[in-house]
Design a protein around this ligand. Structure first.
Ligand SMILES: [Zn+2]
Length: 335
């Protein structure tokens, strides 16, 4: 066969020398002013076709040949018996490339919206209790340092509320272990539960409540989040996303830093709120208190938030969803 014109670089100097590239038997041969170079086919690396850029034939020692005439080189490769890789052939077909891109996007979306929540549901119960405990403890300590202040309720009032909530929750179905904490916060009436079962009630919520049943209803709702492990599921989900983003951006150190913030800022999904409401409704109905207390409390919280002119507070966002009215209606229908 005839050779093809190429430029030769010895891999040590920038000197460019004219060359002729040939395929002889099992060998690739380059001839030029530098003499002759031979290598077995399997020992040279031929770059894949990438648009209009020259193709490169590289020897194991770093010397290389650059071929500018792409059409001629494609013919030469064919005659010499080099088959293009299936990947290259597919890449040349636009429709296939576009289709595979779309497929990738759809796959990622499916994993994010369905696969990830399903995965977190499986993973959350497998996290050792000690890890859940220590993570929750650290979070509460962190919040106590940053945003929460000690409760202004009297010890007697706190004991009374704790005993009342206990009585209602014992009457209800099986519940995860829990501890009630009282704190004050500038964030307004709210409550949240940590995955360990530590439920934090803000003084502002107790003050807003019409009676203790309403407070107990909120505690039952928070325990729903604990029972279904919503907190851990949310944490795993948000950390998977930040992990992938961190790896993609090559910044793994930011993952750890953003983990805590993500866990706290993310609000529960509509589905999680619905599950927690249903859990609270079952508990309150079993205790003979009905679903009205929680419905009334949600209504009060929504009014309080609206009066303050803000969408809601940061934590559980008990009344911060646009579908609060729908939740209230559903609770009242369960009476
Ligand atoms: Zn909730």
């Amino acid at each position: 066969m005839t050779g093809i014109a190429a430029s030769y670089y010895d891999g040590r100097t920038p000197l460019r020398q004219p060359a002729e590239l040939l395929a002889i038997g099992d060998e690739i041969v380059a001839r030029g002013p530098f003499g002759e170079r031979r290598a077995r086919r399997a020992e040279v690396e031929i770059s894949e076709a990438m648009g209009r850029s020259p193709r490169i034939v590289r020897f194991a020692d770093g010397a290389l040949l650059e071929v500018a005439d792409l059409e001629e080189f494609a013919r030469w490769l064919k005659v010499a018996g080099f088959a293009e890789s299936p990947v290259v052939r597919l890449q040349k077909r636009w429709s296939w490339a576009l289709g595979s891109l779309l497929g990738t996007v759809l796959l990622i979306a499916a994993i994010y919206f369905w696969g990830l929540p399903a995965l977190t549901k499986v993973l959350a119960p497998r996290i050792p209790a000690a890890v859940v405990q220590s993570l929750s403890q650290q979070t509460l300590t962190f919040l106590d340092q940053k945003v929460l202040t000690p409760s202004n309720l009297s010890a007697a009032r706190r004991a009374e509320l704790t005993a009342y909530a206990d009585r209602i929750l014992q009457a209800g179905a099986e519940h995860p272990g829990y501890r009630l904490h009282f704190r004050s916060s500038a964030m307004g009436p709210n409550a949240f539960a940590l995955p360990s079962g530590d439920v934090v009630i803000f003084d502002q919520l107790v003050e807003l409540a019409g009676n203790d049943d309403e407070v107990a209803g909120v505690v039952a709702h928070e325990l729903g989040h604990v029972a279904y492990r919503h907190g851990m599921r949310q944490l795993i989900q948000s950390s998977v996303v930040s992990f992938v983003v961190g790896v993609y951006l090559g910044d793994v150190s930011s993952i750890a830093a953003s983990l805590g913030a993500l866990a706290l800022e993310s609000r529960y999904s509509r589905d999680f709120e619905r599950e927690a409401d249903a859990y609270a409704a079952r508990t309150m109905l079993a205790a003979g208190r009905g679903t009205e207390p929680l419905a009334a409390m949600l209504e009060r919280m929504e009014k309080a938030h609206n009066a303050k002119g803000r969408a809601g507070s940061a934590w559980d966002g008990l009344a911060s969803h646009p579908d609060t009215a729908e939740r209230i209606a559903r609770l009242r229908a369960m009476r």
